[in-house]
Unconditional design. Structure first.
Length: 397
């Protein structure tokens, strides 16, 4: 078989109207990345220029004499202020636009409820991280950017550890999947690749959106195989097995550990940039901003502005780091499941909200996953090289 011709046959299954709609949605996301950065940057600058950030610090200092609690109180005010000032963009981007493209199942009240829960999680876990980071900044004024990166990675790892158990149930209701027709092949696939899982979980993601997904999440004993109900309701068993092969690949290939190390490099470089530029900008605007030094929480909007600008400019690099891991998991999943057509059909389902066939540079810059075309071609190439597997009746259908 010809992988390129087989790929084109799959791409031709998507109606032109559907492709135009998904292309418009995904390409609009490119601009939303820019507008989100500019809006957030404007919010940070506003908090500094108006002296609001300094007044929030003063309020925290009047409330308590304990430095850690002052940091937590400031953080709470900061997160709430940013959320309120960003609300118009958030509502458009995450609610009205999602409904316009038929991707959200939430009512407006439900959307606001989800946002409030997310805000609460950000306040609680963010306050812990802020207290730790500012304690380091104040004690290690010259080397905080190194140790701060270590602490940041520790918190990211902690988030991955507790998310399946503590955070996910705040937004959804996980339950054990009981259908043996689905559970048995998934557990067999997991065991064959060294994962001694005893159960598979289902999550009611359909209450929020129409997107299909699955994951093997958690660390150090909290690992959990989870499928969302959209995938279960819309995909065939070969498609589900192909998806789970991919997700198991992330786990077996230690992608989360590798990503934490790569993220550590990104963070330490970003923190070094903040350490280099923060004091210069603070001195020029000390009278207006009221920020005393880098250990003053009132300077958080400036630190956040510098770090977010750094991450925005690094978008193609960050996307490529993730995309390479996703491609590796794709190949692993094909080898593990032996379901190239199931994998290709799943890739077509993702075209409801992802552009199917981007240009090469477009894929490098904007895609944090391989495009649908790339994924289908990968599956068809695997199929061409494994004729002995898929030519047996029922092997891939």
């Amino acid at each position: 078989m010809d992988p390129a011709a087989a790929t084109r046959a799959y791409l031709d299954q998507v109606p032109a109207e559907q492709r135009a709609r998904s292309d418009a949605y995904f390409e609009g996301g490119y601009w939303l990345q820019l507008w989100t950065f500019l809006w957030t940057a404007a919010v940070f600058i506003l908090l500094l220029q108006t002296g609001v950030s300094a007044r929030m610090r003063d309020l925290a200092e009047r409330a308590t004499s304990v430095p850690a609690l002052r940091t937590a109180l400031y953080w709470t005010q900061f997160v709430v202020a940013v959320a309120i000032l960003s609300l118009p963009l958030t509502v458009y981007r995450d609610h009205f636009r999602e409904h316009r493209y038929g991707l959200s199942n939430l009512t407006f009240a439900g959307f606001i409820g989800e946002e409030l829960k997310g805000l609460a999680v950000s306040i609680v876990f963010g306050a812990l991280a802020a207290m730790a980071l500012y304690a380091l900044v104040r004690r290690l004024t010259r080397t905080w950017w190194i140790w701060g990166a270590v602490v940041s990675i520790a918190f990211v790892a902690f988030g991955a550890l507790v998310a399946p158990v503590l955070i996910v149930p705040l937004f959804n209701s996980p339950k054990k999947l009981q259908d043996p027709r689905v559970v048995a092949p998934i557990l067999s696939l997991a065991r064959a690749n060294g994962i001694e899982a005893g159960e598979v979980w289902e999550i009611d993601a359909s209450k929020q959106s129409k997107r299909v997904s699955a994951n093997v999440s958690g660390l150090f004993g909290t690992e959990r195989i989870t499928l969302n109900d959209n995938l279960l309701n819309r995909a065939s068993l070969p498609e589900i097995e192909a998806v789970m092969g991919h997700e198991i690949g992330h786990y077996v290939l230690n992608h989360i550990h590798k990503f934490l190390m790569e993220l550590g490099i990104v963070i330490v470089a970003g923190f070094a940039l903040v350490a280099r530029l923060f004091e210069r900008l603070r001195r020029r605007n000390e009278a207006r901003w009221g920020v005393r030094d880098i250990g003053d929480v009132a300077g958080l909007p400036l630190a956040a502005l510098l770090f977010s600008a750094y991450l925005f400019l690094l978008t193609p690099v960050l996307n490529s780091i993730i995309r390479v891991q996703e491609y590796e998991a794709d190949v692993f999943g094909l080898n593990a499941s032996g379901k190239p057509d199931g994998f290709a059909q799943t890739a077509l389902k993702l075209t409801e909200y992802r552009k199917l066939d981007p240009g090469p540079l477009e894929e490098i810059v904007f895609y944090d996953h391989p495009s649908g075309r790339t994924r289908i071609y990968t599956a068809m190439r695997w199929k061409a090289e494994h004729r002995e597997t898929w030519t047996f009746a029922g092997a891939s259908k």
